[in-house]
Write a protein that binds this ligand. Structure first.
Ligand SMILES: [Cu+2]
Length: 147
């Protein structure tokens, strides 16, 4: 019996390492949406910390509050022209951090399914490459919110 207890304890210790889903490794913070008037696409921003020993790969996101949620990256050329393009995936390195922020990576939210106002909370779910999912509450903030 003593051996079994030891073995059980060892397996419990090992279990989180072997089965660590990518979503479970990610700790989100400062999640917010910049609401724009007249149904313009809204940007969603969040800090993603990977507390795990392996990379977590974000492949898509979705929300019941929006018909379309896209993963975007804003870039600017030396002339100061800014542009954005869609990303297939966004890697959060092991023990690393990725910042979704204005003028950088962001989620582009379109086709709101109902009217939103500052102070509302919108849940956005992130899908990771291993099939795990993470639901994150985002605070809706006004268009002039800085960061
Ligand atoms: Cu965008």
């Amino acid at each position: 019996m003593k051996h079994h207890a030891w073995l059980f304890g060892f397996m419990m210790l090992l279990a989180p390492i072997v089965h660590a889903a990518q979503a479970d490794q990610i700790k989100p913070s400062h999640a917010w949406i910049r609401l724009l008037p007249a149904n313009l696409p809204a940007g969603a921003y969040v800090t993603l910390d990977n507390q795990g020993a392996s990379a977590a790969v974000l492949v898509s996101a979705n929300s019941a509050a929006y018909g379309s949620v896209m993963l975007h990256q804003s870039t600017s050329d030396p002339a100061g022209n800014s542009d954005m393009h869609m990303l297939d995936r966004l890697v959060v390195p092991a023990h690393g951090q990725v910042l979704l922020a204005p003028a950088s990576y962001h989620l582009m939210l379109q086709q709101a399914t109902h009217p939103l106002k500052p102070g509302d909370t919108v849940e956005i779910t992130f899908d990771f490459a291993d099939g795990s999912r993470l639901a994150v509450p985002f605070l809706v903030r006004p268009a002039n919110a800085a960061d």
